[in-house]
Design a protein. Structure first.
Length: 750
């Protein structure tokens, strides 16, 4: 047996793999991820390496292959864990080992030796109110008052001084520019230190704890999670129920035990408002990872984590791979979110990878959501995950909103062809009069051009796959799972109406319609186009929070975790847009979006109303969302999943092929389907092959795209079928011009 070894990982040489012979005596003690000592180079220098795979054969002269020197034992280090995770990702989701390693280990970049700069207000704690009022008086600089307000909120040290905060923390948490900070130093408002004068030691920071006293339910949830021996816990709490406070309690307890915590938040929800809550409580022990960091900064953060300089990292999916050696907990907020699934190979889901990692180091995983994924909820019901519910909003005076459903078929019958139902329009008028705020939400993501009847709401679906058909040029409707096609019918098959058409509207159009209907209202828009500038998402959000506009129009970007106390009305313009996205997750996504959007209304003491506009008011996703009843949704959805063998009832292996030559691609994909079929037959396994069919985007820049699905309840089988496909690809020369990607349990349409 030969071991594939990467040598000196710190040098970032992930692509170079060396083979070593595994002596009989070591065969038992070496496994993937093991740290080994190997003779290296001409002088047989002894160096450290990691085993990333095994093989029975070798491309080299066996006589020249050197044996492993020794296996380093002891506990699994973070690096061992990462390599194992990479290997598992490659196996389960599909990718090369190198792609997988690059996912879990950052590229090494030279980090310039930086002097760490620390800042604090020049005043003492007692002088703070005076300083603050003089700064706020000076109206010329909003940024400066924002900075000082942030600084002066710090509760200070026991001896009445302010804490020192690193430059990174100050800039990220206060949201001001470097220039503002510099100016404040120059003016003598803030003092600077480039020594680590007061790096707050572990457990010595009173923080802001005690600002919020946990309710009994919150405390019970935290206690139960800590005491229950199960590894994974689902914290299922309605929007505003105080999940974040529970996370912080858990984090504090972990830190007390000298263990580290990773908090994952979808990138889009990683806003100043969220992040400052963590900073406020844990100060510099928290490090925030975001896409604005350069490779160098990211590597620096990696090294600090490795040295144990930080206890908590808050970040998107990739923060999961922070090399903490004392990892105690991984918290995944909004665990149902699609952003946790990687769009690059290996197309891992962070929730799964988190469980793998946690298992290796005895950590806990806490999944939080107001609308849990059907997958997680199923596991919680079965008892595999602990289930903890928060059924009420944490703030006493904020109740869940009233939800109204507006039937767009009815509006159509009453000759109201505008995008606002009469109910929504009337309520918007009322709010504007009362100077309250409104959010209008257009759930465009996953919009795939489904075709429906505007008169009765009937949606054309694939008779094999029970997903909606999508419209293509030339009036053709297609199923993107099995390839079924049919022309768009002239009249509705259900009611005979001729108003059968695709549904299309964008946020810009909505903005324009608002202007027409309410010329006096001030409107802000937030979507991908509006958020092109680096900070403009923060600007839009803070402007809206400061009530500089009455109405915020946006896509799902506006529903994630933002807290706007003055919003008392949320309008969901077309619930159907995401309901018929053409994949099995469409209803789950829709229900989640509707509930999250509704949850934006009435977060504070003002009562909130929600209007859901839809052609399908009787659809269970809409009805359950209107009743804010997750269980009702789940009960229906799980029946559909079981009936159609969609996750969690089965797993889905995706094989996506891309090639410039359509005929070659067709032949190759058919070959893969056939080979899978033979394997299934030979092993008498239970699996179903769907396709190959054209992908949703059937032609990319220079290549045709086709996709093959295999459904089976056996993950093991789907792993072997991937390996079978890889073998087939190696044997057949025609695959040389075909680019194949694998996926497992996709969350979007291919
Ligand atoms: P979630 O994460 O579940 O949406 P949050 O943790 O953001 O909920 O809490 C919602 C609001 O309620 C926040 O403004 C938070 O400060 C407040 N809150 C949470 N827990 C408490 C508590 N125990 N006492 C008072 N206010 C609380
Ligand atoms: Zn109809
Ligand atoms: Zn189909």
């Amino acid at each position: 047996m030969y071991a594939d070894v990467i040598v000196d990982m710190a040098a970032g040489q992930l692509d170079k793999v060396f083979q070593y012979d595994v002596p009989e005596t070591m065969a038992q003690s070496v496994s993937i991820g093991s740290q080994v000592i190997v003779p290296f180079g001409a002088g047989n220098r002894k160096v450290r390496g990691f085993v990333i795979g095994f093989s029975e054969k070798t491309d080299y002269d066996p006589m020249k292959i050197k044996p492993l020197e020794s296996v380093v034992d002891g506990e699994l280090t973070a690096e061992n864990q990462m390599i194992r995770i990479a290997y598992k990702m490659k196996q389960v989701y599909g990718s090369t080992m190198i792609q997988a390693l690059k996912t879990v280990i950052p590229v090494r970049r030279q980090v310039q030796a930086v002097i760490r700069r620390y800042y604090r207000p020049k005043a003492s704690k007692a002088q703070a109110p005076a300083v603050l009022s003089s700064v706020l008086e000076d109206r010329r600089s909003r940024a400066k008052s924002r900075l000082m307000t942030w600084f002066l909120e710090d509760e200070g040290t026991p001896d009445g001084e302010f804490h020192w905060f690193s430059k990174e923390t100050v800039l990220a948490a206060s949201g001001v520019s470097q220039a503002t900070l510099k100016a404040a130093v120059k003016e003598g408002l803030v003092e600077e230190s480039s020594r680590q004068v007061y790096r707050r030691p572990l457990n010595n920071n009173p923080g802001f704890a005690g600002k919020v006293r946990l309710t009994d339910v919150q405390k019970k949830a935290a206690d139960d999670i800590m005491e229950d021996s199960r590894q994974v816990h689902l914290l299922f709490g309605v929007t505003g129920s105080g999940k974040t406070e529970v996370y912080m309690e858990l984090m504090a307890r972990m830190i007390e035990q000298k263990r580290q915590v990773i908090v994952l938040i979808p990138e889009i929800a990683l806003t100043l408002q969220t992040v400052s809550r963590f900073y406020g409580r844990f100060g510099d022990r928290v490090s925030v990872m975001n896409s604005k960091l350069s490779d160098g900064e990211r590597y620096d953060q990696y090294l600090r984590a490795k040295r144990g300089d930080i206890d908590v990292v808050v970040g998107p999916r990739s923060a999961l791979f922070m090399p903490f050696e004392r990892l105690g907990m991984i918290i995944i907020d909004e665990e149902h979110d699609g952003a946790y699934k990687s769009e690059k190979s290996p197309k891992y889901h962070a929730r799964e990878a988190a469980v793998w990692r946690a298992r290796m180091c005895g950590a806990k995983v806490v999944l939080g959501s107001a609308t849990p994924s059907v997958i997680s909820y199923t596991k919680a019901l079965s008892g595999e995950y602990g289930l903890h519910k928060l059924t009420e909003r944490a703030k006493k005076d904020s109740a869940l909103p009233n939800v109204f459903t507006a039937d767009l078929r009815e509006e159509f019958k009453q000759h109201n062809y505008s995008i606002f139902s009469r109910k929504l329009k009337q309520m918007m008028g009322e709010r504007l009069k009362r100077h309250e705020q409104i959010m209008l939400f257009l759930n465009r993501r996953g919009f795939a051009g489904f075709v429906s009847c505007r008169s009765c709401g009937y949606v054309l679906k694939c008779k094999h796959c029970d997903v909606s058909l999508t419209a293509h040029a030339g009036g053709i409707l297609k199923c993107h799972y099995c390839g079924f096609e049919m022309p768009v019918p002239k009249v509705c098959p259900q009611c005979g109406s001729k108003y059968i058409a695709g549904f299309g509207t964008g946020t810009q159009k909505v903005e324009q319609m608002v202007h027409e209907a309410f010329p006096q209202a001030k409107v802000l828009r937030m979507d991908k186009d509006a958020v092109t500038k680096k900070d403009s998402m923060e600007t839009i959000l803070s402007d809206f929070r400061a009530h500089k506009a009455d109405i915020l129009v946006g896509t799902q970007m506006i529903v994630k975790g933002h807290d706007f106390p003055k919003v008392t009305l949320v309008g969901i313009l077309a619930a159907d847009l995401s309901m018929y996205a053409g994949d099995y997750m469409a209803c789950e996504r829709t229900f989640g979006l509707l509930v999250q959007a509704a949850g934006r209304a009435g977060r504070d003491s003002l009562a909130g109303d929600v209007v859901i506009q839809t052609y399908q008011p009787d659809h269970y996703s809409v009805k359950a969302a209107a009743a804010q009843d997750y269980e009702a949704f789940y009960e229906q959805e799980i029946v559909y999943r079981q009936m159609m063998h969609y996750p969690p009832a089965a797993h889905i292996r995706v094989i996506l092929g891309e090639c410039a030559d359509e005929a070659v691609l067709e032949a190759c994909m058919k070959m893969l389907a056939q080979s899978a079929g033979e394997y299934i037959e030979k092993t008498q396994a239970q699996a179903e092959i769907v396709g190959p069919a054209n992908a949703y985007v059937s032609k990319g820049k220079d290549a045709y795209r086709k996709v093959l699905y295999i459904k089976s309840s056996s993950l093991e089988l789907l792993i072997r079928l991937k390996e079978n496909a890889e073998n087939c690809m190696q044997r057949e020369s025609r695959f040389r011009s075909v680019y194949i990607q694998f996926d497992l349990d996709p969350m979007t349409m291919y």
